[in-house]
Design a binder for this molecule. Structure first.
Ligand code: SF4
Length: 444
């Protein structure tokens, strides 16, 4: 593709990491940009490697210019603490962009760089769950279509059109349709999400029903659920919380009203799922961004139900599990837990309101101290008024007199899809509300 044309490739491999390495033991797949896998590439097409230094350098510079923060790096280097006069800000030791999100963003920028600017690139839904990042992606001319394209959108897609799959993946059926169309897929699915798929496909192969601890409405869980049907014989059921887990476990042990069961979980199970037949052998998996403690409890309760029903000696025949919480989610939850042990007046959690991992960080904070879940610094209108997301009522609410007088410590964390520049804005705004110039503070 040296000549700028884009029709002469069959496989493009990119692996861009901004010089950062993945955490030990974590595997991130290289990105394959390929025309539909099911379509035979004409022999004349040749392999093109996007790991050209010119593209890598250009992309890295652009990504850094959009999302990097010198201030955040300085605070991190200072033990994650910034203090002046009556205000101390403490950052959790792990926060913000995870390796999967960094990779997805890098690939989006690389794809835009690689394909000619007049060639449209389509994205299935959001690249990650952060409105500011999605706006940047849109501003680069990448067109956002539905996560599961409508018939109308499908009709408008043609062979050779470039379609990006976001970090949380896409449903098996959607991918298949795009492949059949001959679309060029830029797959940014995170390796940790793919590990869950592998596990769920294995359950499916063994005709074990996948119990997915997750949010049935979330793109990742929809994609994962679709893998449970990959071999035709598998089923799935999504449980959101411990109350739903207990309901299903009771049904396993004691039986119950099938109609009521199916109504209660409408939209959360596979077609043809029958609780009488498909709860005899279950395997637990989870959305990668759930609360670890809750996921472990879900596993324990299902195992206990199977022991009660079939006896401890038979449990291996009826119960499987695999820990699929991703490392980045775990690190952020652990770091926040540690931060929450320190004395603080309040916590600010920054991230997109539809971000699953961010919502769990907010949940952890709420259990301990006043917590404000905001998507950007503009939500801190004054020291008298903050607009923040109430995830239980699923709406933004206002709290007055939220910033206490006197000497205070404010904790800050951010979800895996939140860039450092947004974290910097929040830190600056906090000091500004206390009449302290961060610039001056950093000059010392
Ligand atoms: S939160 Fe975890 S699973 Fe999701 S993109 Fe990041 S590393 Fe991957």
């Amino acid at each position: 593709m040296e000549d700028g044309s884009w029709g002469d490739y069959d496989l493009i491999t990119i692996k861009i990491r901004n010089g950062k390495s993945f955490p030990a033991g974590r595997h991130q797949p290289p990105c394959y940009i390929s025309p539909a896998m099911s379509i035979e590439a004409p022999a004349a097409q040749k392999k093109v490697n996007l790991r050209r230094p010119d593209i890598l350098e250009a992309v890295q510079a652009q990504v850094l210019s959009h999302y990097r923060s010198e201030l955040v790096e300085r605070v991190r280097a200072n033990g994650c603490v910034l203090s002046a006069d009556s205000l101390t800000v403490k950052l959790a030791k792990e926060f913000g962009f995870c390796y999967g999100v960094e990779r997805a963003i890098d690939l989006a920028y690389a794809a835009r760089k690689y394909f000619p600017s007049d060639k449209p690139i389509y994205l299935l839904g959001e690249i990650i769950h952060n409105p500011e990042v999605n706006d940047q992606i849109r501003n680069m001319g990448i067109q956002i279509i539905s996560p599961k394209p409508t018939e109308d959108e499908m009709t408008r897609l043609h062979a050779g059109d470039v379609v990006m799959i976001p970090a949380f993946g896409t449903e098996v059926g959607t991918r298949k349709r795009l492949e059949e169309k001959g679309c060029v897929l830029v797959d940014t699915t995170c390796g940790d999400v793919m590990s869950v798929w592998k596990r769920v496909r294995q359950y499916s192969k063994e005709s074990v029903t996948s119990i997915i601890h997750g949010k049935a409405w979330h793109e990742e869980t929809k994609a994962t659920s679709s893998q449970a049907r990959a071999y035709g014989s598998g089923h799935y059921l999504v449980v959101f919380n411990l109350a739903e887990t207990d309901y299903v476990c009771r049904y396993i042990v004691l039986g119950g009203d099938k109609r009521e069961f199916l109504d209660k979980f409408a939209g959360s199970y596979s077609q043809g799922f029958d609780p009488e037949l498909h709860l005899r052998a279950v395997g637990v998996a989870n959305q990668t961004t759930m609360l670890r403690g809750e996921t472990e409890e879900v596993q324990r309760r299902f195992k206990a139900a199977m022991e009660k029903k079939y006896g401890a000696g038979e449990v291996a025949e009826h119960f499987r599990f695999f820990d699929t919480i991703c490392g980045a989610t775990q690190d952020r939850q652990d770091a926040l837990q540690k931060l929450l042990r320190e004395p603080m007046n309040l916590l600010i959690v920054i991230g997109g309101y539809n971000s699953s991992n961010t919502s769990h960080l907010a949940e952890m904070g709420e259990a301990k101290l006043p917590t404000y879940f905001i998507k950007n610094a503009a939500k801190m209108e004054s020291d008298k008024l903050i607009r923040h997301y109430d995830q239980h009522d699923k709406k933004e609410i206002e709290t007055r007199d939220w910033l206490p007088y006197g000497k205070i410590t404010v904790g800050i964390t951010a979800g895996a899809s939140c860039p450092n520049n947004l974290i910097e804005d929040v830190i600056r705004r906090l000091f500004e509300l206390r009449g302290i110039s961060v610039q001056k503070l950093l000059a010392n």
